[in-house]
Design a protein around this ligand. Sequence first.
Ligand SMILES: Cc1ncc(COP(=O)(O)O)c(C=O)c1O
Length: 504
Amino acid sequence: MTPDEFRAAAHVLVDWVADHRERVATLPVAAQVAPGEVARGLAPHAPEEPEPLADVLADLERVVVPGITQTQSPNFFGWFPSNAAPASVLGDLASSGLAALGITWASAPALTEVEEVVTEWLRELTGLPAGWRGAIHDTASTACLVALLAARERASGLSQNRGGLQGEPAPLVVYTSPQAHSSVAKAALLAGFGAANLRAVDVDPVTRAMLPDALAAALAEDVAAGRRPAAVVVAVGTTGTTAIDPLAELAPIAARYGAWVHVDAAMAGSALLLPERRWMIDGIEGADSLCWNPHKWMGTILDCSLLYVREADELVRVMSTDPSYLRSAVDGEVTQYRDWGIPLGRRFRSLKLWFHLRLDGVEAIRARLRRDLANAAWFAAQVEAEPDWRVLAPVTLQTVCVRHEPAGLADPGAGPGAGPGAGPGAGDALDRHTLAWASAVNDSGLAFVTPSQLDGRWLVRVSIGAEATEHEHVARLWDLLRATAGAAVASSSAAASSVASATA
Ligand SMILES: Cc1ncc(COP(=O)(O)O)c(C=O)c1O
């Protein structure tokens, strides 16, 4: 493709993308395909001859669009906001167009230095301590792995330079909340700690936040048994209910044992742009690292996860490589981001942040975050006020965990099996009802929500914060939830009475 051909094709594609964003609210929100359907819609072999762009776009429309959940729809309330602000899409395009190769500072000095400047902007904007430095990773999962690798090496006095963990006399232990994201346990396992050395520290039954006393007890017990605490992963905004672990109380406890404190604020970190939400990371001076994803609620297109560290040297001494073909005369003076993480080759990811912040401006992003917090508070208040509906966890941010508990389906209490006042199997019947109405909502294509378990029972998470979601969409969602859950009750009692009359 020549530059002129590229120009012509790119104009067509950009128009297609803009049209797609314009009509996304009218599309079914959930992906509309069965397993294998997308693959069957594609040619079984690669074309030998070039095809016209129009044919590719026709297949994009026919096969690909129905094969994705429309996270940019204002009616998307699933998992977490996965926003992709158009301004950031432009930055991503600039990054692809420039095609810089980030393997060393010298291979693309701008790639390193724009990242340094933009991560510094965001450090300041989120109230992280001066001197902390950031790098962009693909995901919070990778960032957590990087933090735990550094923690492992700190606790073991750089065991990688000896026999690794296999040569260590005492097991190293990682502590986190049972509400932490699955990526935390995954990172601990990948970093070699072993499942037997991963502790799920008790949480408060109401707030679901980690209990400092329970952390202190777990640490003391391990130390008494000859094990060495290596890391505490503190969740600021858990995935299930956005619980906020009390960092200011937890960090000093971890410090008694020299354990690394990593703060996982993957989703909630966007809210740190709001000065009134900075309390969420009170005590951050006592932590070693913090990760958050602008590619979630803030809206810089995937993949854009920030890992900040108090002391970058703790990463460098674990991850630096120095092959002769990557050396240059300025090595001692510049940042080599390859030494701050796992990959050698890095994309110019900072451009999407740079474009996003410059073209949208921080104040507009803050206004959107505040809008979402207000919408979540409004929605929670409607649910609380409605008979037969419950909000099941404190609403700390923009996620509201709800359940419809109609008469006849008693409150099951916690855990599998029926709680006080519930008949035998009432919890299971309530679970079936929750799953039935949640999938009816998603099947309708009108909105998308996520069923999730808490204390062994199903509930529905309503995660508010798609860029296009205004109050009217949240109000319509509430109407849809009530109508769908009501219809599910009606159809299951109709089914029950027809079974009863058939067996009478
Ligand atoms: C609290 C938390 N941590 C980590 C992750 C993992 O994020 P990523 O997809 O960037 O690895 C998530 C994703 O939802 C999350 O909510």
